[in-house]
Design a protein around this ligand. Sequence first.
Ligand SMILES: CC(C)(COP(=O)(O)OP(=O)(O)OC[C@H]1O[C@@H](n2cnc3c(N)ncnc32)[C@H](O)[C@@H]1OP(=O)(O)O)[C@@H](O)C(=O)NCCC(=O)NCCS
Length: 338
Amino acid sequence: MTTALSPSGTLRARITGTGAWAPPRSVTNEEMAKIVDTNDEWIVKRTGIKTRRLIAFEGEYTTADMGEQAARQALEAAGVDPLELDLIIVGTVTPDLRCPSCAVIVQDRLGAKKAVAFDVSAACAGSLFALSVADKFIRSGAARKVLVIGGETLSTITNWQDRNTCVLFGDAAGAFVVEAGPADGPGLVDVRIYSDGTTWQHIYIPSGGSKRPSTTEDISERRDRLVMNGREVYKFAVRALVEASKVILEKNDLTIKDVNLVVAHQANLRIIEAIGERLEVPLTQFVINIDRYGNTSSASALVTFDEARRAGRMKSGDLVLMLAIGAGMCWSSALYRV
Ligand SMILES: CC(C)(COP(=O)(O)OP(=O)(O)OC[C@H]1O[C@@H](n2cnc3c(N)ncnc32)[C@H](O)[C@@H]1OP(=O)(O)O)[C@@H](O)C(=O)NCCC(=O)NCCS
């Protein structure tokens, strides 16, 4: 679609291609039970997770490797050449290197020479934060074709001796090509982002940053790995995402009855069920893949959207509610008109 760049208000960010990629082999709960004291019944009952894909189990992949694969699928689906990209934004907290960004590595791999590339750090909400940035660039006319990636190898920052966390996560990447389209056409109706810094200690990594570079002892004590207060995160996630859903619908003169499909971050099936109950949306209206992927952090919302799109669950004119939440706490809601 050709759309002249024009001032804010006359453009809408339209998702013209999607892609998703994860390491090939599914790792079962029984395999996790060989690593920590856990079992299939507990994991399925408390989280809904049956298998996850982990980079360490087959082949050697990085966040940029997975992001590149997902991006190539999305670019092909959109019919966009990498040279046409104005912007590449990667939502990740597990970039290949601490410096430079994962986005510039993907830019190099794709040969997207004309793009500007950078990462955003909002943990599991990273891809929707990236989508929000893409939306603002497109609406303002500053960019016309944007590649948004959510890619994460949380297995590289997981404490593999902590059963409270290590069974939850999976590695994956998802990608969107987002292009400028007319404001009355399909595309992002609204995307809202939030953070509450008072809750940063709910999920964090004690060492390895400038505050506390990891010593040998930190590494042997696994202080360079993620710690999480699961119960607090659970309660916060349900409350924040229900509220964010209500706000975005109200601000756009819509109600939950207008929503056809919910693409929510796959952190825990019980979180999704609780959100559904409070919003009065049946579970059948949610896209669920946590059973096969676990929590893939910033990849989750994009992988889930891609899966629903390929499965034909999005029809022209449908309204999709997207939700994500992660460490920070940072969270986001978006409304997308197919
Ligand atoms: C982590 C989470 C699954 C734990 O579920 P929960 O129902 O809150 O479980 P609890 O933490 O209360 O633990 C209950 C018991 O199970 C045990 N347990 C924890 N992990 C276990 C595992 N993998 N296998 C077996 N038992 C486990 C605990 O030790 C505890 O035992 P205890 O009662 O003897 O102390 C849940 O809190 C959650 O999903 N939180 C949100 C996490 C999240 O989404 N994080 C990412 C944000 S994007």
